[in-house]
Ligand binder design. Structure first.
Ligand code: SAH
Ligand code: SF4
Ligand code: F3S
Length: 478
């Protein structure tokens, strides 16, 4: 049996996709291995969002070429966003045998067969329909505690700097029934947390083609597969699902699991979603709301479709409806024509919102985007670097203050594993998505533990277990 090793870069959607790939390949008789050197097939699922994401993958491809030198029978394949963007060059210039874009994973078994006959194979066709319906992902590299469920694929927003709409294609919402089936599957496997994934989860919109009738018909199919005729003249109401409805339904279907979701686009972040979170205790109090810039002029050039005032209004709504909600963001500097004043607007916005955490970047021009074609990448590298340092420094102070303000508070923490630094410490995340390290005592990964915060750094909280009977003396460990 051929063994497949899969390495994953990029966002959580790629992690989820690698699980879909593993499921497809296992069904075709392949075995998944975590040992690259034991593999007959090496697949790397890639990211194109910034140039350095691609540089890392090129580095890995050099390593895989060495692998092929030692064993020419090994097949090396590139999947995901770089496959879609770089295309044939991966074969002609990088010595890769197989290239498959994000919508081509169902054809992987055929592509592998073809590449073993003719040396290489490529399929980078994007689809307006592929949602990998009916494929239940094989959980890889997972801690068995926290899992992902994709709810949409692709993106229609075309922010002018972003490659994702080109590498992932048009936005599609997955069938609500498939999403709930995957959530139930995770629950059955003992998972304690799931994250609903999409580039813009708030724009989730799913309509059954012919409403309830279809759902009933499928269930009522006769044994030979022909639809039950009685139903054909039945109710033809359409069922429509939006994000708040989906989120609430998932929370109710798997009441023992914690629910997270990412990413929320500020333009579509509704009060209704916030109210769903407020009335469902198992939905985590955390919203990742990428702002990108604090300057209205830049936001317009970015085609983000909101302005600073709209964004701040959304933050106010979150604080009002969910007072204990963690708020995190993405922000980047050095977008074409960004002035020092624009940059100051970003810093001022960060000071006003006081994000608990932020992913911070420098603008990286992506070939083929509107910005690459129309807006010169005119901010000098040193200026980009200096601005990024200012952003990082400011966020460092704000993040530390946010962590300090948690000292004395008690949180429910889902333990995810033992701490890297100490085997008698566990780490996990609180509902606000902050990492907390605490003494293991009698608890294990997968437990939800009450932890009182006693100390912190800028990156993590530290705490002690508390319970109804007070602090327990650590059990002795022979
Ligand atoms: N769909 C999400 C973001 C996906 S990409 C959203 O709209 O919020 C993740 C982050 O990478 C973005 O939020 C942005 O901050 C950053 N990013 C995307 N393209 C970039 C580019 N060309 N240069 C620098 N950062 C970029
Ligand atoms: Fe990229 Fe914008 Fe789509 Fe996010 S919403 S993936 S930043 S185009
Ligand atoms: Fe990267 Fe593609 Fe995700 S470009 S961020 S892996 S959608």
């Amino acid at each position: 049996m051929s063994k497949v090793y899969i390495e994953t870069y990029g966002c959580q959607m790629n992690v989820a996709d690698s699980e879909t790939v593993a499921s497809i390949l296992k069904k075709s008789g392949y075995e998944i291995t975590e040992d690259m050197h034991a593999a007959d097939i090496v697949l790397v699922n890639t990211c194109s969002v910034r140039e350095n994401a691609e540089t890392r993958v090129y580095g890995r491809l050099a390593v895989f070429r060495q692998l092929r030198k030692a064993n020419p029978d090994v097949v090396v394949g590139v999947l995901g966003c770089m496959a879609e963007r770089v295309k044939e060059e991966l074969i002609t210039k990088q010595g890769v045998n197989l290239v498959a874009g994000p919508d081509s994973y169902r054809t992987l078994p055929e592509l592998l067969a073809k590449s073993s006959v003719s040396g290489n194979a490529i399929d980078i066709e994007l689809s307006t329909e592929e949602t990998y319906a009916g494929i239940c992902p094989t959980r890889l590299e997972s801690n068995g505690i926290s899992g992902f469920v994709s709810i949409t694929r692709g993106c229609n927003n075309f922010c002018t700097y972003c490659i994702v709409p080109y590498t992932r294609g048009r936005e599609r919402s997955r069938d609500a029934k498939d999403i709930i089936t995957e959530a139930l599957d995770l629950q059955e496997r003992g998972y304690k947390e799931l994250t609903l994934l999409g580039q813009n989860v708030n724009s989730y919109a799913f309509k059954t083609e012919d409403g309830r009738q279809k759902t009933l018909d499928r269930r009522q199919e006769t044994e030979d597969g022909t639809p039950n005729r009685r139903r054909e003249t039945g109710d033809t109401r359409q069922e429509t699902w939006d994000f708040p409805r989906l989120l609430e339904q998932v929370a109710k279907e798997v009441p023992s699991m914690r629910i997270r979701f990412t990413t929320s686009h500020p333009k579509d972040m509704s009060d209704e979603t916030l109210r769903v979170i407020a009335r469902n205790a198992n939905i985590c109090r955390h919203i990742h709301l990428p702002v990108q810039s604090g300057s209205n002029r830049i936001l317009k050039l970015m085609n983000r479709k909101y302005d600073r005032e709209w964004y701040l209004n959304r933050i106010r709504a979150i604080r009002e409806i969910l007072p204990d909600c963690g708020i995190t963001t993405d922000v980047f500097c050095g977008f074409p024509s960004e002035t020092d004043e624009d940059h100051q607007d970003s810093l001022a916005l960060m000071k006003e919102v006081r994000f608990d955490f932020a992913f911070m970047y420098k603008y990286s021009e992506r070939p083929g985007t509107y910005a690459a074609d129309h807006l010169p990448d005119d901010i000098a590298e040193e200026v980009k670097g200096a601005r990024l340092q200012e952003i990082i420094k400011l966020q460092g102070e704000i993040g530390l203050a946010s962590n300090r303000s948690d000292i004395g508070k008690t949180f429910d923490v889902l333990a995810e594993g033992s701490s890297k630094k100490s085997k008698v410490q566990l780490y996990g995340r609180n509902p606000q998505n902050k990492v907390i390290v605490f003494p293991m005592e009698d608890k294990r990964p997968g437990d939800i533990v009450s932890v009182k915060v006693t100390d912190c750094t800028g990156a993590t909280l530290k705490g002690l277990q508390v319970s109804g009977v007070g602090y327990q003396v650590p059990a002795s460990r022979g």
